[in-house]
Design a protein around this ligand. Structure first.
Ligand code: XLS
Ligand code: NI
Ligand code: NI
Length: 440
């Protein structure tokens, strides 16, 4: 049975007019010592691509899928077949899932776990046959009504226990399928009003939950990287894992900073009032950059639209940070993205991924050229050169104090600043983007 009637997508170069071809992603091409496929560890998200029906608050789902006529476990099995076909068509090595994406929930936890076992066995067999890999998995502890007050931060200890059981099961599955990482996105870990919330208890409990998860992973020998995925709002009005900086402070407060890194999603960064690059930089500067949920928000909309990334300026900045980080280690670029409601045909699942992969491939090419030229690096070292010698060097070396600085300032009250030429700096990016694939 074939769910997509499509040959593998090939690289045809930037001048091809074939929509079913890559214009920039050339998997075998070597860029700075690594193939593009090694640089760009793409991953397909089970939820957006295989369970999403494209409904919105104003209307029903529009997605037309070749597994729609099936139900329950039959549909779950069809989706396994379908995702492995899509991975082959796209030449993508990784995938990601939540528990509820791959198998329907049963009448109780035990039956849900049995459903999972049956599907995981099938996934494992497919992974062995194809060599495809699990980038990360996670527990969906937010959709079911039991999680109405949250999961690890719920006011109800019974829900805390249920959430723990679901994560335990997912850690077993992560271990069995050799997942590279394990993700915690906060789901409903947040609050609506502080008038009825014990924020301190909820945060302490969240930390206790993470600690127990890590202990269990150690106990079963799971070596994947633990990742927190920050998001500032939606579904709750305040989400606890707000952004990388607040997540990092939380991890440090509870002594968890060596056990976790961050999974950074572009659209969550912009919801937090940051650029995608800011979140990547903050994580990189603190050795906390773990993985990326590759998508983009709509500049005019204030929620998590999870669009496929097509903005080359953004993908360039992202790849600049990722290259500077020497890659993502165990992480990858997971397309936590869905077609728009108007792109409802099954073929759109292929076209959207091509668009995202090409945008990142182009971003990689541009960012690599930027780094090779050291144009921006030279600007930065020039900008901060007063710290390389004299009093500036003493400041960064920690060998001066306020008394000496006052003496220095009294002798040097005529400070001289220089223009940043910011617009010139920014316009340089356009030149890189527009010339990098033309051999000039
Ligand atoms: C939702 C999140 C979610 C996580 C995985 O906004 O992006 O999809 O990536 O639970
Ligand atoms: Ni995400
Ligand atoms: Ni999201």
């Amino acid at each position: 049975m074939t769910y997509f009637n499509q040959e593998q997508i090939k690289y045809e170069g930037p001048y091809s007019s074939n929509p079913l071809s890559f214009k920039y992603f050339n998997p075998e091409e070597v860029i700075n010592g690594k193939t593009m496929a090694e640089h760009l560890k793409f991953s397909v998200a089970y939820w957006h691509t295989f369970t999403e029906d494209l409904s919105d608050p104003f209307g029903v789902g529009t997605a037309k899928r070749n597994w729609d006529h099936l139900d329950g476990m039959d549909r779950a099995k069809a989706r396994v077949e379908a995702i492995f076909e899509l991975l082959e068509i796209l030449n993508v090595e990784y995938f990601c899932f939540h528990d509820v994406d791959i198998a329907p929930e049963g009448k109780d936890l035990k039956e849900s776990n049995e459903n999972l076992d049956e599907i995981v066995a099938l996934i494992k067999q497919k992974m062995d046959e194809t060599g495809k890999k699990l980038l990360w998995n996670t527990a969906n502890n937010f959709s079911h009504e039991r999680f109405v007050h949250g999961a690890a931060s719920s006011s109800n200890a019974e829900v805390f226990a249920y959430a723990a059981a679901k994560v335990k099961k997912q850690l077993d599955i992560a271990n069995e399928l050799n997942a590279s990482s394990y993700v915690f996105w906060g789901g409903r870990e947040g609050y609506e009003s502080l008038l009825n919330t014990d924020m301190k208890l909820e945060l302490d409990n969240l930390a206790r939950f993470f600690k127990m998860a890590k202990d269990y992973a150690n106990e079963i020998g799971f070596e994947g990287q633990f990742l927190i995925e920050p998001k500032p709002k939606e579904p709750t009005s305040h989400q606890y894992d707000f952004d990388v900086a607040s997540g990092h402070a939380f991890l440090q407060k509870y002594g968890l900073e060596n056990d976790f890194k961050f999974n950074i999603e572009a659209n969550h960064a912009t919801l937090a009032g940051h650029s995608f690059q800011h979140e990547l930089r903050y994580a990189r500067d603190n050795n906390m950059l773990g993985s990326v949920d590759a998508n983009q928000g709509h500049p005019l909309l204030g929620w998590d639209t999870d669009e496929f990334p097509t903005d080359v300026y953004e993908t360039t900045m992202a790849m600049y940070e990722i290259l500077k980080n020497d890659g993502l280690g165990k992480g990858g670029l997971n397309f936590d993205a869905k077609p728009r409601r108007t792109s409802f045909e099954q073929e759109d699942l292929i076209l959207t991924h091509i668009a995202g992969m090409d945008a990142f491939a182009l971003g990689l090419r541009v960012a690599n050229k930027m780094i090779e030229d050291e144009f921006f690096e030279a600007l930065v070292s020039e900008k901060y050169k007063t710290y390389a010698e004299g009093i500036g060097k003493k400041i960064v070396d920690g060998t001066t104090n306020f008394k000496e600085l006052e003496e220095y300032a009294l002798d040097n009250s005529e400070v001289e600043n220089r223009s940043d030429h910011l617009e010139l700096v920014k316009s340089q990016i356009n030149q890189y983007i527009l010339t990098v694939n033309r051999g000039v």
